[in-house]
Design a protein around this ligand. Structure first.
Ligand SMILES: Cc1ncc(COP(=O)(O)O)c(C=O)c1O
Length: 439
């Protein structure tokens, strides 16, 4: 098992799985069947887009359906897990996942809605500090969100929104680039809002260093943690992050469009001068049903809630968090580093000479469970389609030229990783008529 040749082989991948000190919890998940590639199940490397369904999710959902059928409206108080305080059941697990105090987190809405709710409170531009700063490769929805927030304040997004670009020739924006920008331009920044792990490149930013520098420059620092939550260990409270928002449908496996999460640092919780959009769930649960005309504020992240929790959408979050508590984020990170490192090794070896290049940082400290491969000569969508239909490998494409592979450590095996790298090599080595290899 020690020669370079054998380390690229299937036997070696199977050996790594056999001796894995923390094997994948594959049996806890539904892995879709494969229709190609000669294996029963797909090699699923798209958990950065949509995590797989935990097998226990169905029972958790069925419990709520049964309680609804049995109790109707009385389920608000009498369901096995009463619906009225349902968001309380997911609070502690969420707080552990992002390294927060329970009062600092709340599960609610969708990610973009939460980003907007946070920006309503924390993007407060002044003539001296008008800027809202994102990375140039921010997720398009975040781009639209910040532009619309600038407009809400009567500002021209072309001037108020600053997009940080990687240095010439670089694929990724580096932490140093952000720190340099803050040193010279920080005095103009009202809000810095970056992705903890960039959705396109898979780069993990240095969240504590950037947060500290942004705050020292007088800016508010918020994070979109869609690709970081459940992927890398987070300590939002200790890092003094102002606020953060994330989704639960990627690495947290709570299902398509699952209810999202939100963090507001303790130091802001009692600040009743913050502007907020409000609804009845912003109000103190003790007095909420007195049905008075005015909000009775609470000094926790709950005060950003608007509506009563969507129970059927929230139930899967409860079960996904249980799995994270059982495995532990630190142990999962160790497995993630090993698995992603193995993928990097295989891609380095197998893509040499092919029109493909990994753009994710090579340093494991600067990435999570994702490697993004830039492909030239063939559309990323076509490559993904062939990976799936010819090899039973699920990855995803970000147009025009990035294929993302995410060996999510909860359920991916070394063998899945080997299948993905081998399939990519096969696809790129045998272009279809009309495709060209231009190196
Ligand atoms: C980084 C990032 N931000 C925002 C979003 C938008 O999420 P939602 O549609 O849940 O609001 C996504 C979706 O994938 C994302 O990856």
């Amino acid at each position: 098992m020690t020669t370079a040749l054998s380390s690229l082989g299937e036997e070696y991948a199977l050996h790594l799985d056999a001796v894995d000190p923390l094997p994948a919890r594959r049996a806890d998940f539904h892995v879709p069947p494969a229709t190609a590639g000669g294996y029963a199940e797909v090699a699923y490397l798209a958990g950065n887009s949509l995590g797989l369904q935990p097998r226990a999710t169905r029972a958790v959902l069925e419990q709520e359906l049964a309680d609804w059928a049995r109790l109707g409206v009385e389920g608000h108080l009498e369901a096995e897990r009463p619906w009225k305080p349902y968001h309380e059941f997911v609070r502690d697990g969420t707080a552990r996942l992002v390294g927060a105090l329970p009062v600092e987190t709340v599960v609610m809405n969708s990610l973009t809605v939460n980003l907007h709710l946070m920006m309503v409170s924390f993007y407060r531009p002044t003539p001296q500090r008008p800027a809202i700063v994102v990375e140039d490769s921010t997720f398009p929805s975040d781009s639209y969100a910040v532009q619309s927030q600038a407009r809400l304040h009567g500002l021209d997004p072309a001037e108020a929104v600053v997009r940080l670009r990687p240095r010439p020739g670089a694929d990724c924006l580096r932490t140093d680039d952000v720190l340099d920008f803050l040193r010279t331009e920080g005095h103009r920044v009202a809000l810095l809002m970056l992705g903890g792990v960039n959705y396109l490149t898979g780069e993990l930013m240095d969240i504590p260093a950037i947060t500290a520098a942004g705050r020292a420059a007088g800016a508010v620092v918020g994070w979109d943690l869609a690709h970081a939550t459940g992927n890398v260990p987070l300590r939002l409270h200790d890092w003094a992050v102002d606020w953060a928002a994330w989704c639960h449908y990627k690495y947290v496996n709570s299902g398509p469009g699952a209810v999202a999460g939100c963090f507001v640092h303790e130091r802001h919780l009692a600040d009743r001068s913050l502007p907020k959009l409000q609804g009845w769930w912003s109000s103190d649960p003790v007095t909420r049903f007195a049905m008075g005309p005015d909000v009775d504020p609470v000094d926790t992240a709950d005060s950003w809630q608007l509506s009563n929790p969507p129970i059927l959408a929230m139930a899967p979050v409860l079960d996904s968090l249980r799995i994270f508590d059982e495995v532990g984020m630190e142990a999962l990170r160790e497995r993630s580093v090993r698995l992603t490192g193995y993928l990097a090794e295989l891609l380095d070896a197998t893509c040499a000479g092919l029109p493909a290049r990994v753009v994710t940082p090579a340093d494991p400290r600067r990435r999570g469970s994702q490697l993004s491969v830039r492909i030239s000569g063939t559309g990323a969508g076509d490559v993904c389609s062939r990976l799936r239909h010819e090899h039973g490998v699920i990855a995803d494409a970000r147009q025009p030229d990035i294929v993302r592979f995410a060996p999510a450590p909860l359920y991916c095996t070394h063998h899945d990783v080997w299948r993905a790298a081998t399939a990519l090599t096969a696809v790129l080595s045998s272009p279809r008529p009309g495709e060209k290899h231009d190196g």
